[in-house]
Design a protein around this ligand. Structure first.
Ligand code: GTP
Length: 235
């Protein structure tokens, strides 16, 4: 196995499937099966999921809501998605623990780094909810931060496209995919892989990112065993 401990970053929107809002049960189960397969292969899995299928802080601000207020609502949305993933995984017999950056002890554990690492060592999938617990940070940043804290080998950013392209492949037919990029190239080419806070954190801590298509069956498992899938960004 190439990566022993991964941080899987999923977008909330991905959970919508073909629905316009909320959680598509079928998509949720597909993801749970993908995660189960890497877990069964013996990989230590931590997950951070966004909340955009339920609430987006930035858009709420455009509608006149206070940004900080909106961001906290977004953090709560990530907890809902985390609970959904937790429940789907446990339904498949995968042991999990959910930790939240904002305390809600009736629902889940608080985020405690050392406990999270212990859970991983004991073979539990650990899901981190509520982002970083702070406004003005994205869930990408939360994912990278947690990855560094738990000393994950890689951040796997699951998306709808199979990597990073020279242009948006959904708009430009001539766009070509990068197999590999350095952080410097990504800055120079102005490629929007993650927000700058998340991206710089990765670079400074020598944490590679792989952007890949999470909707393609077995992609996650094949990636973890070392197949070249998606686009790798590294120092
Ligand atoms: P080990 O002691 O390392 O084996 O970990 P453990 O998670 O099994 O032990 P613990 O006794 O801490 O937790 C037992 C169960 O209670 C697990 O399902 C935890 O997720 C849950 N749990 C632990 N702390 C909290 C909390 O603060 N709030 C909630 N809601 N659940 C918790």
């Amino acid at each position: 196995m190439k990566y022993k401990r991964i941080l899987l970053k999923l977008s909330g929107e991905a959970l919508m499937g073909s629905k316009g809002f909320g959680i598509d049960q079928q998509r949720l189960m597909e993801y749970a099966h993908e995660i189960k397969s890497v877990y069964e292969a013996g990989c230590q899995v931590a997950i951070v999921i966004g909340g955009g299928n339920i609430f987006r802080g930035i858009q709420a601000e455009k509608g006149g809501m206070d940004r900080v207020h909106g961001d906290y609502m977004g953090m709560l949305a990530t907890v809902i998605n985390s609970m959904a993933i937790q429940s789907a995984l446990e339904g498949l017999g995968v042991q999990t623990r959910l930790q939240s950056a904002i305390k809600m002890e009736q629902i889940c554990e608080p985020f405690i780094r050392r406990k999270a690492v212990r859970h991983l060592e004991k073979g539990r999938v650990v899901i981190f909810g509520a982002g970083t617990g702070n406004p003005y940070f994205t869930t990408d940043t939360a994912g990278v931060l947690r990855a560094i804290e738990i000393e994950a080998n890689v951040v796997l950013k699951g998306t709808r496209v199979d990597g990073i392209y020279t242009a948006d492949p959904e708009k430009d037919k001539n766009a070509t995919k990068y197999e590999k990029l350095s952080f410097k190239e990504a800055y120079e080419k102005n490629l929007n892989i993650m927000d700058m806070t998340a991206f710089t954190l990765c670079e400074e801590n020598n944490l590679p990112i792989i952007v890949f298509d999470m909707n393609k069956k077995d992609n996650l498992k094949n990636l973890v065993v070392g197949e070249k899938i998606g686009t790798l960004v590294e120092v």
